[in-house]
Design a protein around this ligand. Sequence first.
Ligand SMILES: [Zn+2]
Length: 128
Amino acid sequence: MLTKKKRRSFLRDRMHEVSIALDLLNIATEQCRKSGYSKIEAINLKIGRASGIMPDALIFSFDAIKKDSLADTALLNIEEVPVSGECSDCSSKFTVDEEYILSCPVCNSNSFNIISGREMDIIDMEVS
Ligand SMILES: [Zn+2]
């Protein structure tokens, strides 16, 4: 369990995730209300490894702000999407374990397009 002081500094360090969590909560709450439901049970998300979003920090931030909202007991389920690219020289498609691509693993070219790994999408929500 984090103390209050530690929690505050954690949130300050992770302002990025806090603002994403706020956006997420606003979007989810609006969707839930529009559909005529009053409670959000879970939000299923896809987050790319190259998105710069730390899933743990996002969950922590979301838990800190969800109280007194329709999502006060909601869970964030996060599916991490690996980074993949397509080489502009040899047309290979590849997936990497890292958060970035330096060059094509087949021909070493520096010319490639990132196909996935930068996204943050809401897949769906469980409401009641
Ligand atoms: Zn290549």
